[in-house]
Design a protein around this ligand. Structure first.
Ligand SMILES: NC(=O)c1ccc[n+]([C@@H]2O[C@H](COP(=O)([O-])OP(=O)(O)OC[C@H]3O[C@@H](n4cnc5c(N)ncnc54)[C@H](O)[C@@H]3O)[C@@H](O)[C@H]2O)c1
Length: 360
């Protein structure tokens, strides 16, 4: 049987996804925050962290691991250091609130360290660097994941931690920010789910099977028996993943991934964020002039075979965004089917979602 894929105009997708998110019992502001954040991930080409997460969120909510309408709680206020608890609320709300608190303090003190624990899935971490960049702030984010272990340590044959993302953002007055936002696994786990849903293999050197052998079959991260993803760059990506666990996990959240979480649907993130105001650390104009001159120098490198241009981190996402805003968001049939099933689980009519998306 062929499952139809869809190309959904952004405005229609917003209407459909808002309808679904209301099924969590979320207040209107939370409905907007969750729908906007997830659709923004799709727009920026990260389907792994877009609306395809909603079925997982629905299961997490139904088993009690995700608490709608929760807000950030301040556990410790050290002025330029904040320790926050996410109360297992939607990461789309908790992340935004945590950054808003950190941004206000960084403006006051020049920098702020935000330690956030107990947030449900914070989604695309680049969203938080973008929020800081919009406020003119540089930011760095170390994130751990508490869920089913899915990534093997360098030299190990089974999964011991999550896809622990690292992110950094640098804003400029008159140019889009540089936003580096990456999973420390070779590919994000959601990308293996998307590949599995599409029936496609993943690239070589990304995965091992349940016996620790190399494979390109994404099923080993989606259905048992589970294998593991590998870290990017061998021991280097593994080292960065370890730092995300030590800083985002042990230090910020007070919790690391070290037990068998198989079977639990909730995904919790810990995040250590450093926010700083370049205008208070240096001469902003001089910093920007030097940074932009360097970016121009780097991007003047002639493209080698197979490449069209040298890009800066954040450029591919902006290109995706422009084309998807114009053409619509592609959603594969399996993912869309899972979204409709999730709606029904939340008491929202799948037919109403279909109609809102213009798919009848
Ligand atoms: N919340 C969580 O638990 C969690 C866990 C893992 C990943 N994530 C998210 O998953 C998303 C996807 O991560 P990923 O590792 O698959 O991303 P990716 O491999 O697509 O991109 C990583 C980074 O590389 C940059 N990039 C891509 N192509 C480039 C090029 N040709 N030249 C220069 N720079 C380029 C991008 O701008 C981006 O900053 C991220 O948003 C991440 O935050 C979230």
């Amino acid at each position: 049987m062929t499952i139809a894929n869809h190309l959904i105009p952004v405005a229609r997708l917003h209407t459909a996804i808002r309808l679904l998110v209301r099924g969590f019992g979320s207040a209107p502001a939370e409905v907007e925050a969750v729908a906007n954040n997830l659709i923004e991930a799709n727009l920026r080409g990260h389907d792994s962290h877009g609306i395809g997460m909603l079925p997982r969120y629905a299961d997490a909510y139904l088993e009690g691991g995700l608490k709608p309408n929760a807000h950030v709680k301040t556990l410790l206020d050290g002025g330029a250091m904040l320790r926050l608890d996410g109360d297992t609320g939607f990461g789309q709300v908790i992340g935004q609130e945590a950054m808003a608190l950190g941004i206000a303090r960084a403006r006051q003190h020049g920098s702020c360290i935000v330690a956030l624990g107990n947030a449900h899935h914070l989604g695309r971490i680049g969203a938080w660097a973008e929020q800081a960049a919009e406020a003119g702030l540089v930011s760095m984010h170390f994130v751990n994941v508490i869920s089913r272990a899915i990534v093997a340590p360098y030299g190990g044959a089974d999964a011991r931690f999550g896809t622990n993302p690292f992110c950094a953002g640098v804003p400029f007055a008159n140019r889009p920010p540089v936003i580096l936002d990456l999973a420390t696994s070779v590919i994000a786990q959601g990308k293996t789910r998307v590949a599995h849903n599409k029936g496609e293999p993943v690239a070589p050197d990304c995965l091992i099977d349940d016996q620790g052998r190399a494979t390109t079959d994404p099923r080993y991260t989606v259905i048992p028996p589970f294998g593991a993803l590998l870290t990017f760059g061998g021991h280097k990506g593994y080292g960065l993943a370890l730092m995300c666990e030590l800083l985002g996990g042990a230090l910020a959240a007070g919790a690391t991934q070290r037990s068998d979480e198989t079977g639990k649907k909730r995904v919790h993130n810990g995040m250590l964020s450093v926010l700083l105001d370049p205008a208070m650390l240096s001469d902003r104009a001089a910093f920007e002039a030097e940074a932009l001159a360097f970016l121009d120098w780097v991007q003047a490198s002639p493209p080698r075979q197979g490449f069209e241009a040298v890009q800066a981190a954040g450029d591919p996402e902006r290109a995706y965004r422009a084309s998807r805003l114009a053409d619509g968001v592609p959603v594969d049939g399996t993912t869309w089917g899972e979204i409709l099933a999730a709606a029904e689980k939340l008491g929202v009519s799948a037919a109403a979602i279909q109609a809102a998306a213009g798919l009848v």
